[in-house]
Design a protein around this ligand. Structure first.
Ligand code: PEP
Ligand code: MN
Length: 454
């Protein structure tokens, strides 16, 4: 394999490329980014990698979730806290359900860049570049704001830093303190049998927490706080390259080993390659094969099983267990057709990845009036099928990957609150794909916990 460097991706064909007209502006922004400190450290990145190794081996579960497109405006106290609390509550339910530790990864502090199916779109009769994410261009529907602006890359760094700073500060100050009462808000659940089922789960979780507190096994084991790792799609390679640094690998204290050096993408703990940019000879795969971080790859119906194995060979030649998370997103109607062959090919290859189900991206649909939505029943169905298919194949479904928000939005149809297509207009605030609201997301955790308990 040819030599790798943080810029070797530039020699490969690239999809979803951004063309900056302001070449000097781009140069200035990248030079600035290159000088700024890493956002995360090798110690944290390797801690996540070890956790994901446990997931790959069936000893833990991973919950990944957050917005489809994060905006710079989401960098505020309320929204960060709401997301953290939701992920925490969901993880407690899943710990109880799967009876395993749950690793939490948020799509936060950098989930700005978006791949688009078309480079342009027509808004109010005017054709203009599509919105590519807050780190690339502005959402406002005018051709000027839609021009890629390189200074947004620097802005992305500072918004990531501010978000991460508040995330770290609030976690270390007890936001995730499991002794403080959590609001489980089940008031919206109308069907008595469902309400009873969820209430039972909440009671079981609360009892377990109280028990640990009473016998004192929570204090010294870090139960007063929780780890939340960060992630985003590694789409903007100009940006990722500047934050990829040659750093010393962490060594186990007392091991006597001397640490070598490795390239760490320090923009977040975990990066993934999207379904549209995972071509074998392409720029994104080239960039990803050189970084020491745990990485994700989105896979869908267009991925051939042989290609999947070739891809794993390229990005993980040393076959590190759990280094790669395969994030499958086929859609409820297609998963049964595609997942079994993907599992079989990977099993035959000897690679041991984390298998994660993204039940969102294969289940998009439009209402008759053209609103993009997803149905709760499809999301649940894909998750349930994923679990069953993995079980039948002797494989472990290690986690789920969701688009969600801590706010009471109305973007996905269904759930115990009974949101209908007619109700979507009420609080439809996403700038990209429709997300589960806080109640729907928690409900999904209850139901998935129930599958594991079956
Ligand atoms: C996403 O996760 O928001 C996304 C664009 O996913 P995919 O690459 O699977 O389409
Ligand atoms: Mn999305």
């Amino acid at each position: 394999m040819a030599e790798w460097s943080p810029s070797s991706w530039m020699q490969k064909p690239i999809k979803q490329d951004v063309v900056y007209e302001n070449a000097q502006g781009l140069k200035d922004s990248l030079e600035k980014l290159q000088k700024l400190p890493p956002l995360v450290t090798p110690q944290e990145i390797i801690r996540l990698k070890k956790n994901l190794r446990n997931v790959a081996l069936g000893k833990a579960f991973v919950l990944q979730g957050g917005d489809c497109a994060e905006l710079f405006d989401y960098c505020n106290q309320e929204m960060i806290e709401a997301k953290v609390k939701l992920l925490l509550q969901m993880s407690l339910v899943l710990i109880w359900g799967a009876n395993k530790p749950v690793i939490r990864i948020a799509r936060i502090a950098g989930q700005f860049a978006k791949p688009r199916s078309s480079p342009t779109e027509t808004v109010n009769g005017v054709e203009m570049p599509s919105f590519r994410g807050d780190n690339i261009n502005g959402f406002a529907a005018d051709p000027i704001s839609r021009q890629p602006d390189p200074s947004r890359l620097v802005s992305a760094y500072f918004h990531s830093a501010a978000t991460l700073n508040y995330l770290r500060a609030s976690l270390s100050s007890g936001l995730a303190d499991l002794h403080s009462p959590l609001d489980w808000g089940l008031g919206h659940v109308k069907t008595p049998s469902i309400k009873e089922q969820y209430t039972k789960t909440v009671t079981a979780v609360k009892d377990a927490l109280r028990f640990m507190h009473t016998v004192g096994i929570d204090k010294d084991r870090g139960f007063e706080t929780a780890d939340i790792f960060t992630s985003h799609e590694g789409l903007s390679l100009e940006y990722e390259q500047t934050l990829t640094r040659l750093l010393r690998h962490p060594v186990e204290p007392g091991s006597g080993a001397t640490a070598g050096l490795g390239y760490y993408a320090t923009s977040s703990h975990f990066l993934w390659i999207g379904d549209r940019t995972r071509q074998l000879g392409g720029a994104h795969v080239e960039f990803f094969r050189g970084i020491a971080n745990p990485i994700g790859i989105k896979i869908g119906p267009t991925m051939a099983p042989e290609e999947l194995v070739q891809l794993l060979d390229v990005v993980n030649p040393d076959r590190e267990v759990g280094k790669v998370t395969l994030i499958s997103r086929y859609g409820a109607a297609k998963i049964a057709q595609f997942l079994p062959a993907h599992i079989a090919a990977v099993q035959a290859s000897g690679h041991i990845p984390v298998w994660q189900c993204d039940p969102m991206h294969g289940n998009g649909q439009s209402t008759p009036s053209g609103v993009k939505t997803r149905h709760f029943t499809d999301i649940l169905s894909e998750l349930k099928q994923a679990l069953e298919i993995h079980r039948a194949a002797g494989s472990f479904l290690g986690g789920m990957h969701l688009e969600l928000t801590g706010e009471a939005v109305t973007e996905c149809v269904g759930g115990a609150g009974g949101l209908t297509e007619e109700g979507l207009g009420e609080r439809y605030t996403t700038f990209c794909d429709p997300r589960l609201n806080e109640k729907q997301a928690l409900e999904l955790a209850f139901l998935v916990a129930g599958f594991y308990r079956e």
